[in-house]
Design a protein around this ligand. Structure first.
Ligand code: TYM
Length: 340
């Protein structure tokens, strides 16, 4: 079976609708068809200033949400990145293969660092994509392990990091012998970039959006409905898809279609002449129906931290086995003397 690997940062109190539609929903679907590895990337979360107690809490809430969304510990390896130290070890090796200019071209780094200024920007934020490449390549299937594919379900904003990962894999293979499979980004066509409800030209983002612009997975029903009803649309009244002239409605149509399964043209027909009100009301219901059970299961999982720890330990045990094997090969190929 082909492998799938992805990661998510525990940098908010809840995942949001963009995370869910851009990535997490694919994670759940792919556990049935792939040997699946999913991690909560706490090492990435400290590239910006953080509070230790908050990080600890958010890491557990993140893991609970993943299980609550339907990731099954018997089918998918769900783990915490810092539990598997090989991630940082491989990141060092890959960092030594990465050009300074190459890393400097990462647009996410440029965005984030321009907001913080050079003195507020850590070296960790700069090398962030290299750690991400290590996350992925550590789980590269070995020769003889069947179909050697490595798929990475992510939103559009991760495309460039995936390209860098492929470049580094190729470079490593070229210099030290065929070791890594080239990973393939798996970006969902209709939901690759869910936008901010208040600023429909900007990505829905944990760090950049206002609370009114984000729908959280763990949001209470009341505020959730309100946010959708107040989502920015435009002065017209027709529910039609038009990226340029109707970015707000277009975003809502994409969300509706992704959650409900109806195609965008079908939704346009369904709401022809009915105005934005009814459309938003129904959309709010669809979002609620999706997230209410996830919220309930998340809270239940968080009530039993011992059990949650146990699930994560199982995940890191399995991840560690694979990571240790990959690192053994890497150390040997690079020329490190074995410990004997
Ligand atoms: P992160 O934690 O910012 O986001 C998690 C996933 O959600 C997707 N996403 C979106 N998709 C659609 N619309 C949006 N508005 C939206 N916002 C976020 C992201 O594309 C991502 O797939 N660098 C990664 C984490 C990471 C990783 C990895 C991913 C670390 N190691 C290895 C894949 C493989 C990140 O910051 O995601």
């Amino acid at each position: 079976t082909p492998r799938v690997l992805s990661g998510i940062q525990p940098t908010a109190d809840s995942f949001h609708l963009g995370n869910y539609l851009g990535a997490l929903r694919q994670w759940v679907a792919m556990q049935d068809t792939h040997d699946a590895f999913y991690c909560v990337v706490d090492l990435h979360a400290i590239t910006i200033e953080h509070d230790p107690a908050v990080l600890r809490r958010r890491t557990l809430v993140a893991a609970a949400q993943l299980f609550a969304m339907g990731l099954d510990p018997d089918r998918a390896t769900v783990f915490v990145q810092s539990h598997v130290p090989e991630h940082t070890e491989l990141a060092w090796v890959l960092g030594c293969l990465t050009g300074f200019g190459e890393a400097g071209r990462m647009t996410q780094f440029k965005d984030k660092s321009s907001k913080q200024g050079t003195s507020g920007t850590s070296v960790g934020l700069f090398t962030y994509p290299i750690l991400q490449a290590a996350d992925i390549l550590l789980y590269s299937p070995e020769p003889g392990e069947g179909e050697r594919a490595l798929r990475v379900p992510v939103g559009e904003d991760q495309r460039q990091h995936l390209e860098l990962t492929r470049t580094l894999a190729q470079r490593f293979n070229h210099r030290f012998g065929d070791t890594f499979v080239l990973p393939e980004a798996h970006i969902p066509p209709g939901a690759a970039k869910i936008t901010d409800l208040q600023e429909p030209d900007a990505k829905m983002s944990k760090s950049a959006s206002s609370p009114q612009g984000i729908i959280d997975v763990l949001e209470e029903p009341g505020p959730m409905r309100k946010k959708i009803m107040r989502a920015v649309t435009d002065t017209g009244s027709e529910v039609v898809y038009d990226e340029e002239k109707k970015a707000g409605v277009t975003n809502l149509l994409r969300i509706f279609s992704a959650l409900d399964g109806a195609s965008v043209p079908d939704l346009e027909k369904r709401y022809a002449g009915s105005g934005y009100g009814q459309f938003k009301k129904d959309l709010a219901q669809v979002v609620l129906d999706t997230f209410a059970p996830i919220r309930k299961r998340t809270l239940t999982l968080l009530d039993d931290e011992w059990h949650l720890d146990e699930l994560l330990r199982r995940g890191s045990d399995r991840a560690s086995e694979v990571a240790a094997r990959t690192m053994e090969t890497v150390r040997e190929r690079v020329g490190f003397v074995g410990r004997g």
